[in-house]
Structures are given as C-alpha cells and as structure tokens.
Design a protein. Structure first.
Length: 505
C-alpha cells in the first residue's frame, strides 16, 4: 500500500493492535459500500462533526494506461473534466457541437499533412493550420469560461482540484451538506456528457507545464531520464505529463476515445465523507450517477516489465545541483511484503535517527540530504524502491553509491535490533494513522484503497501486517531486492565536461 499514500486514522492513534478488529468493526458501522447497477462503486461514510461533506472520485486510469502516441492524455483529460458539459460551460451546445466537430476535422487534415515523413507540402501545412485555428476561434464564441468552477464556488465549495499520476486520476472538493444534490448533478454530468471544449488551448497549457516542471528543471529532467532508463517496457517509464511530440499531436478525438474506454462506471470509485445520512444520500447518488451508461471494464494491462538483468546508468552533464537517484525493481503494492518495504523505508529515511541520514549526512558529510522511498512512480504494478541524495561540494556520485551500498549490506547481513524494529514499527504506524483527521483525507484514501486494493478495509489491515514484520523479513526482502543487476543509477554531474583531444569545440 505504501506510506506515501495511506491516510491516517486519528480514530486509532492510541489504540493497541489487539483492539484493531474491534475498531474496524466500529468504523464499519459508519461506512456503506454499494455497487450501482451500472458497475460504479460508491462509498459513504457518515461523520457528523460539521455540516459539510467531501468527496473523491477515483478513475482507475493514469499514464500507465497510455501507449506511445498518446502519452500525457490521462493528465490531459483531468484538465478537460473542468470544462463543463453539454449544459455547463456553453451558451448554445448544439451550435458549439458543430463548431467543435469542425475543429477536429480541420485539425486532422493539418496534423496529417504536417507529420508526413515524405512529400510534405509546407505551404499546404500553413494553409491547413490557419483553417484549424480559425475553426478554434469560431468554436470559442460559445464557451462560458470556468462556469463549472464558478458554480461550485458559488455553492460554497472549497478545495476543488484533481491530480493524475501513474496509477489513477482523482477529482475532489468539499461542499456544505445542503448542497449535496448539486454536487451529485454537477459531478455526474461532467462524466455523463463531457465536452472537449478549449482542448487545444489547454494542450498548450499542459505543454507549458511540462516546460516548467521538466525541461526547465534539472531535477525534472533527471527523474524523467531515471524512469525511462529503469523501465524499458512498462508505461511507468512514461512521463505523466507526456512526451513533447505527443503533446503536439494528440487530439480531442483521441481524448474522447480514452474517455470512452476508461471513464466507465465499473472503472470508477466515488467516496463521500461528512455530515450526510446514507439512507438519504444514496438514492441521490443512484439518481444522478446511475445515469452513467454501463460499459465493460477495461482489459488489464498486458505489458509486464521484464526482470532487469544488468545495471543501468544515466548521467546528465549539467551546471546545476548534483542530484543522485538510485532504484531497484520491487513487486506491486498488493504484494505480501509491502509492509516490509514500509519498514525498510522508515529504517533508512525517517528523521535524524535513520540509517541514511546518520551515515551520508551526519557522519560522512557527503550528502546534504539522503532518503529512500518505496512505491515509485506508482504502486498498482511492480515499481521501484528508490534512493535520493544531494551531493555536497567536493564529493562525488560514486561516494553516494558506495555509502548506500554499505547501508544496504547492513540490512542484508545484520538483524535490526528488537528495540529499533519496534521503534520503526511505531513510527510507520503513526505515519499511517496521522493523516485522516478530515473528511477530504478520509474520502480520498477510502476511494484510493478501494480502487488499488479492492477493499477499503486494507487501510486498517496494513497496521496489523506492519506489526508482524520481523528482522528476518527485513534481511530477506533486502537480499532479494537490492542487487547490483537490479539497480538503476541516474545523477547530475556538474564537473567540467572532458574536452576532446586536439583542442576545444
């Protein structure tokens, strides 16, 4: 499940593990899970602390569902979902529909000509591009900008946002409890009748986002190279924002096809937490979300990353902060050893008593910061246990590699002491228990856990699994995972680049 995404349970913060089952039973009394006739999973949790509620809708599709040519499209649709529907965001949808189809027709002609590998007519490209942009201008006159967000804001909504990552796309915000039916209408409507208005304008926004976060960021470029090097087959190697050429090429027609395949009720979970009564709100949810048409569950991902058989290396020669990354392939988050990885992560990285801090930062002084983290870039499929460090002046990436190897060897060859292991377990559990003190955190994590684990109760069960981790488990998992042939290293080298013999260039 991974420390990085599990919510906390203040409800359980002071509860001993033997009482876990009792607490889960008490928690279950306030939680209702129902699968609608169209396949949508709905979770409602009553929490009558304030007259508000929060929701999270998790779509079980992220950039791992993309293929070459449409990378970044999952993230792109996240932007589109705020453009409204056939009712919200338009002055005349029937006229707008015709105009938007003209945008697609002219774009298809322009894109086909400009991407011809042989025989491209540049004059024709210019002519077709103008026709496409004129069509965009014609469609724009029907748009009511930001109407969806304004309606939510006028109703007292707060925290409206969304995010896309490798495993899923998530939408969320909070509203006063007396605006529940408005939420159910608005949010079901944007998935029932999505309209891909302002698509190419928003595509430019995403392109700029990529420029700022990746192309203009040494750390962003390094992470992109690191993942592309570590994953040779699986789409975890794709950037969530997409490859530059795909951002210039995919269309609203592509987005509509992605939506039709993945935004189906059987592939979505909606969680609602707050001052609601299940008996009252469930019929409202069924009324509005039950309108979403039933469709087959998307087929499982076919591509599995093959075992890594040789160490991989990526070096960026740049004048910037010397950042270091190291990663090892590990099983998916549903693996029985997930709790062991959580314990190893905390042993290595949690605070000033952690192994990496004491060795690399405090004692050797070769790094300004150093930590390990599990579940990168996602947890649904086999992923990476990664290490991150920033080298201090006068020290090299090779020193970081050697120092991390020393700490790994200790995990493999020396039992963690009983006191340290218990301390780590306490810290891991506290980390799991610390963050669900509000409606939005509960809604988000109930929906995520139901999506990724198949049962929201896994939030509780992970606590019990952590308590059962032994020193032998730590040695076993470290030995299996941290091998040189399973290692990918990427770093920024800011030393002067070697010059070719015979002069400079």
């Amino acid at each position: 499940m991974g420390v990085r995404r599990i919510a906390s349970f203040l409800l359980l913060l002071s509860t001993a593990t033997p009482l876990l089952a009792q607490d889960l039973t008490a928690f279950e009394k306030n939680v209702t899970v129902r699968k609608l006739a169209n396949g949508l999973t709905v979770i409602v949790m009553e929490r009558h602390e304030a007259p508000v509620f929060s929701y999270a809708t998790v779509v079980n599709a992220g950039n791992a569902q993309e293929v070459p040519g449409i990378t970044g499209l999952a993230h792109m649709f996240e932007h589109m979902a705020f453009k409204g529907s056939e009712v919200v965001g338009t002055t005349d949808y029937q006229a707008e529909k015709v105009a938007l189809q003209n945008v697609e027709d002219t774009y298809a002609a322009y894109d086909a000509e400009r991407r011809k590998p042989v025989g491209r007519d540049d004059a024709k490209v210019t002519q077709l591009e103008k026709a496409w942009k004129d069509a965009i201008d014609a469609a724009q006159k029907y748009v009511v900008p930001n109407e969806f967000a304004k309606l939510v804001d006028q109703a007292g909504g707060v925290g409206m946002n969304a995010f896309t990552r490798s495993d899923e796309t998530v939408y969320f915000y909070s509203l006063p409890a007396n605006r529940f039916e408005l939420w159910a209408y608005l949010d079901s409507e944007r998935f029932l009748h999505p309209v891909f208005r302002e698509f190419y304008k928003e595509r430019d926004v995403v392109t700029e986002e990529r420029r700022l976060r990746t192309e203009s960021s040494p750390q962003g470029r390094l992470i992109e190279e690191f993942l592309a090097t570590a994953f040779t087959a699986h789409p975890y190697g794709f950037p969530t924002v997409g490859w530059p050429s795909d951002l210039k090429a995919f269309s609203a027609t592509d987005a509509a096809a992605f939506f039709k395949k993945y935004y189906v009720p059987s592939n979505m979970v909606v969680a609602v937490v707050g001052d609601v009564k299940t008996a009252e709100v469930m019929p409202i949810i069924e009324k509005y979300f039950g309108r979403l048409p039933k469709a087959p569950m998307p087929e499982p991902l076919r591509t599995i990353e093959p075992p890594q058989k040789a160490e991989r290396l990526a070096i960026l020669h740049e004048k910037s902060q010397p950042i270091y990354l190291e990663g090892y392939h590990r099983p998916a988050g549903t693996d029985p050893d997930e709790a062991v990885f959580d314990v190893i992560q905390t042993l290595l990285s949690a605070g000033r008593t952690s192994h990496l801090y004491r060795s690399l930062v405090r004692d050797k002084k070769i790094a300004a910061t150093a930590q390990g983290f599990s579940g990168f870039p996602g947890v649904k499929y086999p992923n990476l246990f990664a290490f991150f460090a920033v080298t201090t002046p006068g020290h090299t990436p090779a020193e970081i590699t050697a120092a991390i190897a020393q700490e790994i060897d200790k995990l493999k060859n020396e039992d963690v002491s009983a006191d340290e292991l218990q301390s780590v377990k306490t810290r891991v559990k506290a980390g799991l228990l610390r963050q669900l003190d509000n409606n939005s955190g509960l809604a988000l994590n109930l929906a995520l856990t139901q999506t990724e684990e198949g049962d929201w109760r896994e939030l509780f069960r992970q606590i019990d699994r952590i308590e059962k981790v032994t020193a032998a488990d730590v040695r076993r998992v470290a030995t299996q995972t941290f091998t040189s042939n399973n290692r990918t290293i990427a770093y920024i080298d800011n030393s002067p680049a070697p010059q070719p013999k015979g002069g400079t260039q």
